[in-house]
Ligand binder design. Structure first.
Ligand SMILES: NC(=O)c1ccc[n+]([C@@H]2O[C@H](COP(=O)([O-])OP(=O)(O)OC[C@H]3O[C@@H](n4cnc5c(N)ncnc54)[C@H](OP(=O)(O)O)[C@@H]3O)[C@@H](O)[C@H]2O)c1
Length: 253
């Protein structure tokens, strides 16, 4: 069970926390006493509102901006993190960027999609791991996707490949850092009702997903946030290198 003040005196870095799953997780950590670094790219005001909500719920927070689809943006965040202790990292920022069929993919689009959905997560983890190693304690959750196992819908090849790479990264890091007391796991959402789908999915696609989901509906950001928080809690102290699927039964194997 997660305690009321489970994350008191802990700093949580949540990438992509201005909206959707990240914002819900930021609130869930903050309301359990954490100091939350709310990262955003374009939605500064929304990120500031997330921090205001956290403060109202008894936690504290601050915002930081970085475009994680670019190497310059990743470097900016890594420099900003220098010497800042981070106890928990949630690599959540991600996007399809745009749907492109295989023959339409350009090197630039592939680089952007991989940077945002995989490479940036690796370098942000690399930036916070030395501090976790010193403290012999830490938790990392990488937010992957059901697309990592299914290959993604038409036009989502780069995204699904990046998420599969992220899932592999989880297992590799779990193996290397487990002995040092650092836990690394994945949360793999199915179709969650966020702006992601307002940007990239049609009503017909969402209707088809609901029909193929035993629970008959899309998931909510709070439902994914609960899984993220659980994996970072003491209750998950022996869970290492695993993927927690939050998809209403859409994919069970
Ligand atoms: N929704 C789903 O069905 C679903 C399913 C599987 C996996 N996921 C994954 O869950 C995570 C959160 O998705 P969501 O549904 O909550 O999406 P969302 O509501 O669209 O939020 C995406 C977050 O990522 C940030 N972001 C987007 N592009 C960025 C960039 N170039 N640089 C830095 N940050 C960027 C956004 O920041 P700004 O808004 O401030 O720009 C926002 O905070 C993503 O990794 C996504 O792939 C979602």
């Amino acid at each position: 069970m997660i305690q009321l003040n489970e994350f008191k005196n802990k700093t949580v870095l949540l990438t992509g926390a201005s909206a959707g799953i990240g914002a819900a997780a930021a609130h869930a950590f903050g309301s359990r006493g954490a100091h939350v670094i709310v990262h955003y790219n374009r939605r500064r005001e929304a990120a500031e509102q997330v921090v205001a909500g956290i403060s109202a719920a008894g936690g504290s927070g601050e915002t930081v901006q970085a475009d994680l689809a670019t190497l310059a943006g990743v470097r900016g965040l890594v420099d900003w993190l220098h010497a800042r202790p981070v106890n928990i990292l949630v690599n959540n920022a991600g996007s399809l960027v745009r749907r492109a069929r295989v023959l339409e993919f350009t090197p630039e689009l592939m680089e952007q999609v991989m940077m945002l959905n995989f490479t940036s997560a690796f370098f942000v983890a690399q930036a916070v791991l030395p501090g976790m190693l010193e403290r012999k304690h830490g938790a990392i959750v990488n937010v992957s996707s059901v697309a990592a196992r299914m290959g993604g819908g038409i036009g989502a090849l780069g995204y699904s490949a990046a998420k599969a790479a992220m899932s592999a990264m989880t297992k590799n890091m779990a193996r290397e850092f487990g002995p040092a007391g650092i836990r690394v796991n994945t949360v793999s959402p199915g179709t969650i009702d966020t702006d992601f789908h307002r940007n990239f999915s049609t009503e017909q696609m969402l209707t088809n997903v609901k029909a193929a989901t035993p629970m008959g509906r899309l998931g909510t950001s709070d439902e994914v946030a609960d899984a993220i928080v659980y994996l970072c809690s003491e209750g998950a102290r022996f869970i290492q290198g695993q993927a927690l699927e939050v998809n209403g039964g859409f994919l069970m194997v």
